[in-house]
Design a protein around this ligand. Sequence first.
Ligand SMILES: Nc1ncnc2c1ncn2[C@@H]1O[C@H](COP(=O)(O)OP(=O)(O)OP(=O)(O)O)[C@@H](O)[C@H]1O
Ligand SMILES: [Mg+2]
Length: 279
Amino acid sequence: MTVVQTASPQDDPHADPGAWEATGRTHVGPAAGGRIVAVASGKGGVGKTVFAISLAHGLARMGRRVLLFDGDLGLANVDIQLGLLPEADLSAVTTGRIPLIEARLHHPEGDFDIVAGRSGSGTLATISPATLELLLEALREAAASYDIVVLDLGAGLERSVRRMAAFADTLLVLVTDEPTSLTDAYAVLKLHAADAPGADARVVVNLATDHAAGKRTFATLQRACRTFLGHTPALAGVVRRDEHVREVIRRQALLLARYPTSAAARDIEATARVVLTVS
Ligand SMILES: Nc1ncnc2c1ncn2[C@@H]1O[C@H](COP(=O)(O)OP(=O)(O)OP(=O)(O)O)[C@@H](O)[C@H]1O
Ligand SMILES: [Mg+2]
């Protein structure tokens, strides 16, 4: 079980920029300044959460100050995948007990911060539009202390998922080669184009047999977008199917720490580099 602490002004590595330098990490390219990158899929179980965690870790390894925000309001599980025991979560924030900034945990091994979303009471699944707006406002404020915020979204296309996707600066839509995943990813892209016209949306193919197969999956989705939406999202990355992923989830560990040279780890790092180049 990973030991975590609630971030406080005393131990906040962001309070002292030198603390980040002391970690010995190197910056890759210009910092993106508080950009919010949401991870969506439509269909559930395609790997959003493990991808979001590994992306956050990959960006942290590239010297970025990263906040991973569990935006799956119904079935939050970033903390569970990482074996964390958060003292505070989003329900404490939405009920006004603590400000969002106090709900952060620092993941010592991954060197990124997390806001866990587990409500226990289920209140977050039925969050009101007004409360969601307050939460997003607080998130935007918190984002100013980071280079990138990675927002793990829930499956489906319900109102709060759509709103958070539209709120993000970049939307990454995870898709697999399953027809239901492709259809749902298309629906996410279509609704996103309506909710946030002109916003940056990119595709990540997960669970690909190899890179060529992943690119074919992307081409299928791209064709549908070109035909029916009149525009084509770019490909942000192809992540191969890799048994190490299941293994790290079982062990509640970080993929990029435990198996840094595995196929999925290298693919997610490559995707992180693409995410950094998006301005
Ligand atoms: N690249 C991969 N290779 C092998 N297995 C993977 C890969 N990506 C994800 N998985 C498997 O997919 C399963 C679902 O992953 P995860 O919980 O991250 O999906 P999700 O999209 O967040 O699900 P939900 O919609 O329920 O939130 C995991 O058990 C994991 O083992
Ligand atoms: Mg998930």
